[in-house]
Design a protein around this ligand. Structure first.
Ligand SMILES: [Zn+2]
Length: 87
């Protein structure tokens, strides 16, 4: 969604602690999760394209304490602390 893109790109130039490493982290986490796009049907495509992702909690407390990590079951998006990254 456009507001997520704006949020990510504004973080990049704002001197936030580690926005680019967050994106890299999300991308690397995505490799842990084989996304299920091949099982998709038109309804799931419509949902993901409309921003209605089927978020699944991944329990990474030991690896990433204090981080909220979710993966979309239907596509390759990763949500890290509420920010959506392309997996
Ligand atoms: Zn999705």
């Amino acid at each position: 969604m456009w507001h997520d893109v704006v949020r990510v790109s504004s973080q990049r130039g704002s001197g936030a602690s580690n926005p680019s490493s967050d994106a890299e982290l999300a991308a690397s986490l995505a490799t842990l999760w084989p996304h299920r796009w091949h099982e998709s049907n038109w309804l799931k495509n419509v949902c993901c394209c409309g921003g209605l992702h089927n978020w699944k909690q991944l329990h990474l407390e030991e690896l990433l304490p204090d981080r909220e990590v979710r993966f979309c079951y239907w596509c390759s998006k990763v949500k890290l602390d509420g920010v959506i990254y392309e997996g």
